[in-house]
Design a protein around this ligand. Structure first.
Ligand code: SAH
Length: 343
């Protein structure tokens, strides 16, 4: 199989180019073409025809196949079903906000985490996505919407920290000034809380925002909801997040999906406040979204407001996440490895 140029940072393309015996500046020329969205080497018109042919013989340029696009009637969210070259399918979401456009990317086909409230893990993990498959979710959505994407959230299907090598490369690529020039301060990586991998991520010192899928304030409830948390204690998780915040200077967000009668009592919030008191962090409360095959119900609005008051009284800043795209199953926890039959 040919090597794919969307898997490479500019530095790596420079290595490839010098191996061909070409002058170094060619790599920047090629990189720029890739990130204006060119998929055909013949369109790289500042290279000679011979050079373009040589590239075409040696390399490919990832190009996801759009299978289906759904637009929300309630907001300007669009969900895309893309097919990968091995036939697998992934979903990605485009969201329009006042502060810019955001791409929600999948990092794996399926997910191994098996959280009881989430659709992404219902069929287990199939495989990691390559860097190019993640990069092209941004390029494809930007092209299909005719919009620049300024923010990226790794909150689609999959656990990004299980695909850390490719995710770190993705960060280098999207941040490159010669390419998409996306500020890493506008990137959020969400994880269900793999402690060793959070430490490893911190060691790269990337200024990306970390979001933790906490969803409970005591270990018993968390273990029931999220099997992956059985190996970790909440207090250990919060400690490693403090390390992350001090190494990167970025605030940590704790995501808490509220499930009626399971994790949404006043006592649950008081316990959460106790865990987070005095920390550089933020709590995102999300009324749980309906997912096929699970009977959980969302906390009602009035109770939700009471819960935010409990946190506020303890000095914890929280927001209630606006649910974009839930009418098209594009909201948190609703993305999965679909087939056309599901549409
Ligand atoms: N695996 C990573 C990335 C997925 S992000 C992680 O767990 O963080 C998707 C976010 O949506 C996570 O915070 C996840 O816990 C949350 N989520 C999953 N199912 C949900 C549901 N039914 N309603 C609301 N949020 C949900």
């Amino acid at each position: 199989m040919k090597k794919d140029l969307l898997d490479f940072t500019l530095e790596e393309i420079t290595h490839e180019i010098s191996a061909l015996g070409w002058p170094k500046f060619r790599s920047t020329q090629i990189f720029r073409w890739l990130y204006v969205g060119v998929k055909d080497f013949m369109e790289m018109t500042n290279l000679s025809k011979g050079d373009r042919e040589e590239l075409q013989n040696k390399y490919s340029i990832m190009n996801l196949t759009l299978i289906k696009k759904q637009e929300s009637r309630e907001d300007e969210t669009a969900k895309f079903l893309f097919q990968l070259s091995d036939g697998e399918m992934i979903e990605s979401v485009f969201m329009k906000y006042k502060h810019g456009n955001s791409a929600c990317l999948s990092t794996q086909v399926g997910c191994a985490m098996a959280c009881s409230f989430c659709a992404s893990g219902q069929e287990g993990l199939v495989r990691n996505l390559s860097t190019g498959e993640m990069v092209d979710q941004i390029l494809s959505m930007s092209r299909l919407q005719s919009e620049r994407i300024s923010h990226v959230v790794l909150m689609g299907s999959g656990e990004p920290l299980q695909n850390l090598g490719n995710v770190v490369k993705l960060m280098k690529i999207i941040n490159d000034k010669e390419g998409l020039n996306i500020s890493l301060r506008h990137v959020t990586l969400s994880t269900c809380g793999l402690i060793p991998e959070i430490r490893e991520l911190a060691s790269f010192k990337l200024p990306i925002n970390l979001a933790i899928s906490l969803h409970a304030s005591n270990d018993d409830t968390r273990r029931r909801l999220m099997p992956v948390s059985r190996g970790y204690l909440i207090t250990e998780l919060i400690n490693v997040c403090d390390e992350y915040a001090s190494v990167t200077g970025r605030r940590v967000t704790y995501e808490y999906a509220l499930i009626k009668g399971v994790n949404d009592s006043i006592a649950d919030m008081q316990q959460l406040a106790k865990l987070l008191r005095g920390k550089l962090c933020h709590v995102n409360l999300i009324p749980i979204n309906p997912v096929e095959g699970s009977n959980y119900q969302a906390t009602n609005k009035a109770h939700l407001i009471d819960l935010t008051r409990v946190l506020l009284k303890e000095g914890i800043v929280s927001t209630v996440r606006r649910e974009l795209g839930s009418d098209i199953d594009a909201a948190c926890g609703q993305l999965k490895r679909r087939t056309l039959k599901d549409y």
